[in-house]
Design a protein around this ligand. Structure first.
Ligand SMILES: Nc1nc2c(c(=O)[nH]1)N[C@H]1C(S)=C(S)[C@@H](COP(=O)(O)O)O[C@H]1N2
Ligand SMILES: [Mo]
Length: 328
């Protein structure tokens, strides 16, 4: 592990990690042993044990029956389904990496609605069903790099964020887009604790949100999202650290001012607003030069070099003239 020291801090995203290393090692060993060349979808390798247990509800059957294949991520080794749905950060269900898989069944993902507010012309409460019904879903195989130093490749299903947001007709005052996760301690028992300042909040600049790589996911592995991965709708921003990719969203707000976001507010020196993946800007308590690509195990740690923008160079123009060492 790349843990250098354990300094007392409020940064729970990191603190839980070393406690979890032992437990998860077991799980990864199992996963890597099980990884035999199996089914291949779009040139991507899935584990032979791959069987998605996710069932598409009938109201989404039409949209999910016609998923456009990805031009992203061809040749990437996709994480086994069990790893992507068994090793998660979703603090609403606990801090342990296996807590979300254990508890996320408490979340009721249908029916679901999203409240849209702020600097846009088409505001109000929208049923997810209506938002997805006519959507042309596509698959996007993206690398996800967590700020803690691990990464995995996940085949998401969804729509470009720009397509999704333009439906609400943002106006020219919309400089940022803010997202909020459900707050309901009965469904999300982790919210009974004081771990984070609930609800979980994230935001992007409007330019970032409209970039073709920015994605709204409603599915994974050809089906709907597992609850532990942010069902029924989450965002996926592959060039940023994973904490920007907020799960189970119920609110979207277009704003003129930069909104407060959960991790940035909790520890601004550790978690910047931009949070672009950057191997040259270390976290104050650990290096970001490398990452552990999951599945990894004791014998196959699978440590790889981290790339600027997680290798998605096409976003560089969003940050021209911005000092990325200051605006991390
Ligand atoms: N609401 C909410 N969204 C969240 C988190 C969370 O705790 N709560 N964790 C984030 C972090 S730190 C990561 S790395 C990714 C993990 O996504 P995954 O579990 O689908 O791989 O979700 C992000 N989105
Ligand atoms: Mo993360």
């Amino acid at each position: 592990m790349i843990i250098k020291s354990k300094v007392s801090s409020q940064a729970q995203e990191w603190e839980v990690t070393d406690q979890q290393v032992y437990l998860n090692r077991r799980q990864f060993m199992k996963a890597s042993l099980a990884t035999v060349a199996g089914a291949s979808v779009a040139g991507n390798i899935f584990a032979a044990t791959e069987t998605s247990s996710l069932v598409v509800p009938s109201q989404f059957a039409e949209a999910f029956s016609n998923i456009k294949p990805s031009s992203y991520g061809a040749g990437e080794v996709v994480a086994p389904f069990d790893v992507a749905t068994g090793y998660n950060n979703f603090y609403e269900f606990g801090f342990g990496k296996e807590d979300p898989a254990e508890r996320a069944h408490l979340l009721k993902a249908t029916p679901w609605s999203i409240e849209v507010q702020g600097e846009a012309n088409n505001l109000g409460k929208f049923h997810l069903e209506d938002l997805i019904k006519e959507a042309a879903l596509e698959e996007r195989i993206y690398r996800l790099r967590c700020v803690e130093g691990w990464s995995m490749v996940i085949p998401w299903v969804g729509i470009p964020m720009a397509t999704f947001l333009n439906r609400f007709a943002p106006n020219s005052n919309a400089k940022y887009v803010y997202f909020e996760t459900l707050y309901d301690p009965e469904q999300m028992p982790g919210q009974k604790g004081r771990g984070l300042d609930w609800p979980y909040r994230e935001a992007l600049t409007i330019e970032e949100a409209m970039h073709p790589l920015a994605f709204i996911a409603v599915g994974m592995y050809g089906s709907v999202l597992a609850n532990q991965n942010g069902a029924p709708i989450r965002i996926v921003i592959p060039w940023k650290y994973g904490f920007k990719s907020i799960k189970s969203i119920v609110k979207i707000r277009f704003t003129e001012q930069r909104p407060m976001t959960t991790w940035n507010r909790m520890a601004p020196h550790e978690y910047g607003f931009y949070a672009n993946v950057n191997p040259n800007v270390d976290h104050p308590r650990w290096s970001q030069a490398r990452e552990r690509r999951l599945p990894s195990g004791v014998f196959l740690p699978n440590i790889i070099e981290t790339k600027l923008f997680n290798g998605y160079d096409e976003v560089a123009s969003l940050y021209s003239g911005i000092d990325l060492t200051k605006n991390y």
